[in-house]
Write a protein that binds this ligand. Structure first.
Ligand code: CA
Length: 428
């Protein structure tokens, strides 16, 4: 077993039993201390952050695979992502060792400990990477089927290509924001089916989409595909993604090139990137694929992940969040390796820090649907909230929070959360 994943490992840093960040996780993030300007890179441990920037600058984090490179003095994870699996593994091993209960280097040095162990409450989290390109897949069969039924009826729910390739579109990276960022309701063109002409104004159908995304590590050169059995070497780790959507704008604009302004007003991600290495024990088989994919999309190992996911909403008049759905990443029909191999098969060059998102992760039951569009079935089944209100889409000041975790024996590998509110539109 990978020693960093041993369920028996304990840290000298206190980790509450329900924490998302035990020593078996060690997700990477970029943070800024409230009394500093300059961003730093760290890993989450319990309710603290271990400051890798400080440890690197003071020669305490020694990683043979890094040589003399100073990847943690950057303001994003990109330089680290570019290094690839051996450097990631060496670094994880070294960090795991520093945090182990029986390792005195930091544990027994009070001054050093004060410098490098930062309470999460004392920082702001930033985007973990400079995201060059963002691609959003559409890989949940249940989601694609539900949306297809609403648009085209039961008999033509899945388009003819869907079972043969992981459908996707190019999103926009400039509007990807870190958890905690609120977004204004977008303005746009919409047209009711029975209206003679479109009108302009604030969207009336703001939705969330429950997704997971993964960060690209080393890329490929332009023209050179990535074979599927090498795909995992290009995947660093995963985050939660809320792909906010304006359904009324989407319905009018998406023909024939797909979504545009309905999606690019904001996409929220969780700040902690959980390394693929920490997720290794939670790999599992995905749904059976029939028809068998073409050879370039065939996997020889299980590449689905057992990640439990849930979504809550809290409106301005609610005193606590209300759970809207619970799903699991293992439901996805197309897995991360297939998505990546397909993306690069034409020679499209992926680059360190690119973000590839899964598409809405809906499960088989109505309480596992990953969007309001499906949960309220295109507005026909309003969702009752505990305070007597209902929702078919999001209202101004509604807060949507997504969380996700892998359940181990006595510990959780968690993703923290991605949260944000819908604010009223800005009209000027
Ligand atoms: Ca999406």
């Amino acid at each position: 077993m990978n020693p960093t994943n041993d369920p028996a490992l304990k840290s000298w840093v206190p980790v509450p039993p329900d924490s998302h960040f035990p020593i078996q996780n060690l997700p990477y993030g970029v943070f800024r201390r409230k009394d500093e300007e300059v961003p730093r890179i760290g890993v989450a441990i319990g309710e603290h952050i271990l400051d890798l920037t400080y440890l690197e600058q003071h020669g305490i984090l020694k990683v043979a695979e890094l040589g003399h490179r100073t990847v943690f003095s950057e303001h994003t994870l990109n330089a680290f992502l570019a290094l690839g699996r051996p450097a990631w593994h060496g670094t994880r091993l070294a960090i795991s060792r520093l945090l182990r209960a029986d390792e005195p280097t930091v544990r027994d040095d009070a001054a050093l400990r004060d410098h490098v162990l930062v309470p999460m409450a004392d920082v702001d989290m930033l985007l973990p990477a400079a995201i060059g390109d963002y691609t959003d897949f559409y890989s949940s069969r249940e989601h694609a089927t539900n949306v297809g039924i609403m648009l085209r009826g039961v008999d033509n729910a899945l388009q003819p290509n869907w079972l043969h390739l992981p459908v996707a579109y190019h999103g926009r990276s400039s509007s990807i924001v870190v958890s905690g960022t609120d977004l204004h309701r977008p303005l746009g063109q919409t047209k009711a089916d029975d209206a003679p002409a479109p009108t302009f104004g604030p969207s009336r159908s703001i939705d969330f989409e429950l997704e997971m995304g993964f960060f690209i590590g080393p890329g490929n050169s332009l023209g050179r595909p990535i074979p599927i059995d090498k795909a995992a070497d290009h995947i660093f780790g995963m985050v939660l993604v809320n792909d906010w959507s304006a359904r009324d704008i989407q319905r009018w604009e998406y023909v024939p090139l797909g979504p545009f302004l309905a999606k690019n007003f904001g996409t929220s991600i969780s700040p902690w990137v959980v390394p693929l290495e920490a997720l290794e024990p939670f790999r599992t088989n995905g749904p059976k694929q029939d028809p068998q994919p073409l050879p370039y999309l065939r996997i020889s190992e299980p590449w689905a992940f057992d990640i439990q996911l849930d979504v809550t909403v809290q409106g301005a008049k609610m005193d606590r969040p209300h759970r809207l759905c619970a799903s699991n990443m293992k439901h996805l029909y197309w897995n991360v390796c297939q998505q990546l191999a397909h993306h690069a098969v034409n020679g499209c060059n992926l680059q360190p820090g690119d973000l590839l998102a899964s598409g809405t992760i809906s499960g088989p039951t109505p309480d596992s649907y990953g969007s309001l569009l499906e949960l309220a079935w295109k507005g026909t089944k309003p969702i009752a909230l505990p305070n007597g209100e209902t929702r078919v889409f999001l209202q101004d000041h509604d807060r949507v929070t997504m969380t996700g975790w892998c359940q181990g024996a006595g510990y959780r590998i968690g993703f923290g959360e991605v949260t944000g509110r819908v604010l009223p539109p800005l009209t000027t």
